[in-house]
Design a protein around this ligand. Structure first.
Ligand SMILES: *[C@@H]1O[C@H](CO)[C@@H](O)[C@H](O)[C@H]1NC(C)=O
Ligand SMILES: *[C@@H]1O[C@H](CO)[C@@H](O)[C@H](O)[C@H]1NC(C)=O
Length: 319
C-alpha cells in the first residue's frame, strides 16, 4: 500500500551477505576458476553478451526516459504505482526552524503511490472542486479553492466563499463532501507517516491546503503564475511535508502540467494521474515546478503538513 521502506529492511540482509562472501573468499578462490570454465562454453558466452546488451539498452532507455529526452519519469500516467520511494539527502532548510524530533525530516525524499486513493474517490473529490470553482474562477489560468479558509479565486482576487455565499453554500456542498475530504486527508497523512517512518499524529495539517484548477489561459496576476521553480519550505515556512493528490489525467484531460523535481543533470517528472498521490519533504532537496498547461484543465489538491502544532489547522466542517 504505502511506499516500501527498502533501506530499513535491506540492511540486515546486506550485512549477512557480505559476511558470507568474506568466509567463502578464504576458500582459495575456487569460484572464479569455475566461472572461467563456464565462460568458455560458447552458448553461455552468447547468452551472457545478449543479457549485457539488453541491460545496456534498458539502462539507456530508463535514463533517457521521457520522449523529449530531457527528464526521467518518476511515475508515468499509464502505470499503477504501488508505492515508489526515493530518498534524497535533506537540505539544511529545516535547521532555521524549530525542530520536532520524530517529525522534522531526518530522512528526506519523495514518493508516489496510486493505490491509496481509488480513481472513484478521486472522481468524487474532483466534483467537490468543480462545484466550488464553478462559483468563481480566476481571469488567468490558475484558480484555487481553499475549503479551510474559504478562499476562492474570482477574477483577479479572492473572496471568502462562506461569507460571500452565506447559507446558499449548503446547496452547493454536502455533508458527505466534507466527510470524504477528511477521509482523503487522513489517508494521505498515514501514507506520508509510513513512508518517512514517523508517527501520523506528529503531523499537523497546515495552510495553505487547497484545490487548484489550471487551464491554458494566460496569467493575469502573479497568483496565476504557478510554473516557477520553488521550494515549499521557503515559500511557506510551516511546511515540512507536501503532498499532491491529482484529480485528472495527463494527456487525457490536459497537456503540459507535469510536476518536475529539478535536479542538476536530470529533472524527474511525475505525470499526473487521477488518484495519484505524490509527496515529498518540503525543503530545497525537493526544488520543483509545474509545467505550463497547454490544453485542457488540470485539477489537483495540495495537502501540506507541519511538524509544528502551532501551525496546525482544522479539517473544514460543513457550514
Ligand atoms: C480557463 O478558466 C477561466 C476561469 O478561471 C476561464 O475564464 C477561461 O475561459 C478558461 N480557458 C480555457 C481555455 O478554457
Ligand atoms: C531541468 O529543467 C529546467 C527548467 O525546466 C531546465 O532549464 C533544465 O535544462 C533541465 N535540466 C536538465 C538536465 O534537463
Amino acid at each position: 500500500m504505502a511506499p516500501q521502506r527498502r533501506t530499513a529492511t535491506k540492511a540486515p540482509e546486506g550485512n549477512g551477505a557480505s559476511e558470507r562472501r568474506n568466509r567463502s573468499s578464504t576458500k582459495k578462490d575456487r569460484a572464479p576458476r569455475e566461472v572461467q570454465r563456464l565462460w568458455q562454453r560458447p552458448w553461455l558466452r552468447t547468452a551472457g553478451l545478449g543479457a549485457g546488451l539488453v541491460l545496456t539498452a534498458l539502462l539507456l532507455w530508463s535514463s533517457l526516459g521521457a520522449d523529449d529526452g530531457v527528464a526521467e519519469v518518476l511515475a508515468r500516467r499509464g502505470e499503477v504505482v504501488a508505492g515508489r520511494f526515493i530518498e534524497v539527502p535533506c537540505s539544511e532548510d529545516y535547521d532555521s526552524h524549530r525542530r520536532f524530533e520524530g517529525c522534522t525530516p531526518r530522512k528526506c525524499g519523495r514518493g508516489v503511490t496510486d493505490v491509496v486513493i481509488t480513481r472513484k474517490e478521486a472522481e468524487r473529490i474532483r466534483s467537490i472542486a468543480e462545484k466550488g470553482l464553478s462559483l468563481g474562477g480566476s481571469d488567468g489560468g490558475a484558480s484555487i479553492l481553499d475549503l479551510h479558509s474559504g478562499a476562492l479565486s474570482v477574477g483577479k482576487h479572492f473572496v471568502n466563499l462562506y461569507r460571500y455565499f452565506g447559507d446558499k453554500i449548503q446547496n452547493i456542498f454536502s455533508e458527505e463532501d466534507f466527510q470524504l475530504y477528511r477521509e482523503v486527508r487522513q489517508k494521505v497523512q498515514l501514507t506520508i507517516a509510513e513512508a518517512f517512518g514517523i508517527s501520523a499524529s506528529s503531523l499537523h495539517l497546515t495552510k495553505p491546503t487547497f484545490f487548484s484548477r489550471i487551464n491554458s489561459t494566460e496569467a493575469r496576476t502573479a497568483h496565476d503564475e504557478y510554473w516557477h521553480a520553488h521550494v515549499d519550505k521557503v515559500t511557506y515556512g510551516s511546511f515540512d511535508y507536501t503532498s499532491l493528490l491529482y484529480l485528472s489525467d495527463y494527456l487525457e484531460d490536459f497537456g503540459g502540467g507535469r510536476f518536475v523535481f529539478m535536479e542538476e543533470g536530470a529533472n524527474k517528472t511525475v505525470e499526473p494521474r487521477a488518484g495519484r498521490i505524490s509527496f515529498f519533504t518540503s525543503g530545497s532537496e525537493n526544488l520543483h515546478r509545474v509545467e505550463k498547461v497547454h490544453w485542457g484543465t488540470r485539477y489537483a489538491i495540495t495537502i501540506a503538513f507541519s511538524c509544528n502544532p502551532d501551525h496546525g489547522i482544522e479539517d473544514p466542517t460543513f457550514p
